[in-house]
Design a binder for this molecule. Structure first.
Ligand code: C2E
Ligand code: MG
Ligand code: MG
Length: 649
């Protein structure tokens, strides 16, 4: 191409003398439509800094100098199409390899320009190239491709060239995403979806994770993997995360009077926030603004965040926890830092990565790894959530490992808020379920279809603790005989409490009034154990010496006693109460899991209980002394309560 001639024919740039943008379009329009061309897009890195620091006239000089560099290297069609952007069109007869050499040479020669060295050390070129484009298409399409490739060069660290590949649509897509993201956030194109977390044993709704979705006006739904990695790179993730967080707070505020209004909701937070010292305060003030208790908000941080500078990150996490936020490690097991992290970092929850679950559940070694990781997390008093639960087999396996909380497609995909509300309503009846067996004429549980199974004979209903109520009379018998089997699904949490009214008829040391058998241990109420004193006895059969007795006063015969206890798996404490008063507590009591049987009126070792039992209640959470006191008062303050009168007779 004869440049001198071209400059006469086409519009030129006043500053550099290169063909202008308009000239470029005119030139392109004149080309033979059956031809092919290569195109190269060049952009000066950090040009804005030169303008800002050294002034515009220095910037102009630099543009002229770079123009000369470009022109001296090629006899292709060179143009400046805007500020610091240049386009070169080359004949397709030139070998692609030679075009790449041209780009590389320009990159190298830029450093040797006859220009201020301090400025040269600041700048470089980012170049995008596209080969063999038919002139039959419009110029904009070609420019978009080499612009996208140039853009990739910037991302990959500038001072380089990138060749556009037609199959690699992501370059263009990323470019578009960056042009649109600010507007998208302003105009509400980002939506918050919620994915339920469910207790697999009780089917109760445990919480939810907030996940962003970009609802694009033309392209429709964009999934996070299309934009999150890009936002992580360009820093926009900080804005998105805070937006999602605030939307969650708003949502919770609007749910204040709903039953599911107080379930914990987790949000993902990019590692970028953790370097910002104000981050915990910012989160707290937003929660405060909407009146949301911080302990209903959980901050998920992915494991891969913890590769370096961990001391600083751990400090931020401590502050978050001091402020009451729950903190979880997301995608646990996806990287290499997992075990180290557990050693240094105390978080509330570990979320086991779904890929890790998939890989590990296919073979027996993998299964052992998962099982032991769950055991270790539970031992460290962290909750464990398994991500990516898709099948019933996975539920069976994971619950047997001791993990009860799942987040996965088996229960639900991430769904829009209105669908989540429907889901929550459906799973709601299960939240912190209590089960009450009044034993007033039958063994059914209140408000549900669970029924205690009478195992034996000789039962009858006698006077209960209220005037017109009855209690179940147990006739006694051989071990396990003449007892009532309570459905095991009534105990679904590691922490649980029990309340029951007991009236022994004969004194017999070591018989149980209630016996709960776990996979490797048991828990029982023994009205008269050591020296006739009552005992809440917990056995952990994984340990030889795993016997734990919380001893209280004896439950004397022919007297009604209100016996209750609470086991708190977080603090590993067991507390026993008689008539609403604490009679004993024990620390360091290991957690038993997998309920096998719940037997009222006996166990498998001793003869069965003789006497009356009523008002048996199971709570799937630990209860404190205030609760137990008030519970007791709620019984004895009833007008028709006659429990204590009967024994006076
Ligand atoms: P994540 O935090 O680990 O979220 C769980 C991802 O696993 C979600 O993908 C969810 O749809 C998917 N998932 C859940 N259960 C199953 C299952 O049973 N099977 C399969 N195959 N997948 C399941 P999603 O929504 O595409 O999000 C991907 C990731 O993008 C998230 O992984 C999170 O790291 C990130 N992300 C999403 N929204 C945000 C956000 O607002 N801020 C930040 N920082 N990251 C976000
Ligand atoms: Mg997450
Ligand atoms: Mg995850």
């Amino acid at each position: 191409m004869d440049i001198v001639n071209l400059k006469d024919k086409y519009d030129c740039d006043y500053l550099t003398g290169l063909i202008s943008r308009r000239g470029l379009y005119d030139y392109y329009a004149s080309l033979d439509k059956s031809k092919f061309i290569h195109a190269m897009f060049l952009d000066i890195d950090n040009f804005k800094r030169v303008n800002d620091v050294y002034g515009h006239s220095m910037g102009d000089k630099l543009l002229i100098c770079v123009s000369q560099l470009i022109q001296s290297h090629t006899d292709g069609f060179t143009s400046r199409i805007g500020g610091d952007e240049y386009v070169i069109l080359l004949d397709a007869s030139i070998k692609p390899n030679d075009v790449e050499i041209l780009a590389q040479t320009m990159l190298e020669d830029l450093e040797n320009l006859d220009f201020r060295k301090d400025i040269l050390s600041l700048i470089s070129l980012s170049i995008g190239i596209v080969f063999n484009q038919p002139v039959s298409q419009i110029l904009d399409d070609i420019l978009a491709k080499c612009d996208a490739a140039m853009y990739q060069s910037k991302y990959d660290g500038k001072n380089r060239y990138t060749v556009y590949r037609s199959y690699d649509k992501t370059l263009e897509i990323n470019r578009n995403i960056e042009l649109e993201m600010y507007d998208a956030l302003k105009t509400g194109q980002f939506h918050v979806y919620l994915q339920p977390k469910v207790n697999m044993v009780s089917s109760e709704l445990y919480g939810a994770e907030a996940l962003s979705r970009w609802v694009h006006p033309e392209d429709g739904l964009r999934r996070p993997d299309m934009y999150i990695p890009l936002f992580e790179k360009n820093g926009f993730i900080s804005s998105l995360d805070m937006y999602v967080y605030e939307e969650v707070c708003k949502l919770k505020a609007s749910w204040a009077n709903e039953k599911y209004g107080h379930i914990p909701i987790s949000v993902n937070m990019s590692r970028l926030h953790l370097y910002n010292k104000e981050f915990p305060d910012t989160l707290e003030s937003i929660a405060y603004k909407y009146g949301i208790p911080t302990n209903e908000l959980e901050i998920e941080i992915t494991e891969s965040t913890f590769i370096k500078d961990n001391a600083e990150l751990i400090r931020v996490i401590d502050i978050l926890q001091e402020k009451g936020f729950m903190v979880s490690i997301d995608d646990f097991g996806s990287g290499f830092s997992a075990l180290n992290l557990l050693k240094d970092l105390s978080v509330n929850t570990i979320k086991i990565d779904r890929e890790f679950l998939k890989l590990s559940s296919n073979n027996s070694r993998g299964k052992k790894v998962i099982r032991n990781i769950i055991a270790m997390c539970l031992d460290l008093k962290m909750d464990v959530v398994t991500e990516g639960i898709e099948t019933k087999e996975q539920i069976d396996f994971i619950t047997r490992c001791g993990c009860q909380i799942a987040q996965g497609f088996y229960y639900s995909k991430p769904i829009p808020v209105d669908e989540f509300v429907v889901f929550a309503d459906e799973y709601l009846s299960n939240i912190h379920a209590n089960y009450t067996f009044h034993l007033d004429g039958d063994t059914t549980a209140e408000d549900c279809d669970l029924v205690g199974m009478l195992n034996g004979e000789g039962f009858e209903y006698r006077q209960g603790i209220f005037k017109d109520s009855t209690a179940l009379h147990f006739p006694g018998g051989e071990p396990e005989k003449n007892t009532v089997f309570i459905p095991t699904e009534t105990i679904v949490n590691d922490s649980f409490s029990v309340s029951v009214w007991i009236k022994p008829e004969i004194f017999y040391a070591w018989i149980s009034a209630l016996y709960i058998k776990f996979e490797s241990g048991f828990c029982s109420i023994i009205p008269n154990a050591f020296d006739g004193l009552s005992s809440l006895r917990i056995r952990d059969s994984k340990e030889v010496n795993g016997w734990y007795d919380v001893t209280g006063r004896p439950l004397n015969v022919t007297t009604w006693w209100h016996y209750s206890f609470s086991y708190n798996a977080k603090t590993e404490t067991a507390t026993a109460f008689i008539n609403g008063e604490v009679v004993g507590a024990l620390e360091n009591v290991p957690t038993n899991r997998y309920v096998k049987w719940i037997i009222l009126g006996g166990d498998v070792f001793q003869p069965s209980f003789v006497g009356d039992i009523c008002e048996f209640v199971i709570y799937n959470e630990a209860k404190d002394h205030l609760f137990m006191k008030e519970l007791h008062e709620s019984y004895i303050s009833r007008e028709d309560f006659i429990g204590f009168e009967v024994d006076k007779e």
